[in-house]
Design a protein around this ligand. Structure first.
Ligand code: G3P
Length: 214
């Protein structure tokens, strides 16, 4: 499973990248709005930090305008993936853009039907938002599992990004189900690496090291 970080914060990206585990970055307008830097400078800085797919969202709603915007974004770097919300206009734009070789991450996916349409339109990635479904009393993991099954049934090439991740358990479940990618907030990365028995074990080994004859 590839691990992306779901942030535009350069310190967070730098730190997780330094662990040697980072395959890419996803952003959205909300994530970009949390940073002080203007978004183009930010995207350029992220591209310098991570050599992998960087998702940036198109904000136009009409197919023609989405296409225009996506072409501009994709010219920034071959690592740019354009996020497009799943709508009829978004699908139409994705069909055109995917034929041109523009990589699309079809976002705000909340149903198997939407994921089928994203794959048929040629999206490189589809992003089901697991946490947001859980938030309304639905079950994000069941959706993820169903999408994995359907994509396997038909050999769809679109990669599934488990998105809207809220906890380390979400990451484990997404991995067990077989998501291609998990895009993880910084806080969840820091929760994934820690275990109380690891901390306790290190403390004991360091204490015992002091007793070793040197
Ligand atoms: O990658 C999708 C993500 O940014 C949405 O997460 O926490 O806003 O539901 P969240």
């Amino acid at each position: 499973m590839k691990l992306f970080i779901d942030t535009a914060n350069l310190d967070e990206i730098r730190e997780i990248s330094s662990w040697g585990v980072l395959d890419g970055v996803t952003t959205n307008p909300t994530i970009l709005s949390r940073e002080k830097m203007d978004y183009r400078t930010l995207i350029d800085a992220i591209l310098k930090l991570v050599d992998g797919p960087i998702s940036v969202e198109a904000v136009n709603e009409k197919a023609e305008k989405i296409i225009e915007e996506a072409r501009i974004l994709s010219k920034i770097s071959e690592n740019i993936v354009v996020k497009i919300p799943i709508t009829p206009e978004g699908l139409a734009a994705t069909k055109v853009l995917s034929k041109e070789g523009v990589k699309i991450n079809m976002t705000l996916v909340f149903s198997v039907n939407q994921s089928i349409l994203a794959a048929k339109a040629g999206a490189t990635y589809a992003s089901p938002f697991l946490g947001r479904l859980d938030d309304i009393g639905s079950d994000g993991m069941t959706l993820l599992s169903d999408i994995v099954t359907v994509y396997q049934n038909y050999g769809f090439k679109t990669q599934i990004i488990a998105a809207s991740i809220r906890s380390p358990q979400h990451v484990v479940d997404a991995a067990l189900i077989g998501a291609d990618v998990c895009t993880i907030p910084y806080k969840v990365f820091t929760q994934m690496v820690r275990h109380p028995l690891t901390d306790k074990g290190i403390e004991r080994f360091l204490n015992d090291w002091k007793k070793v004859k040197k």
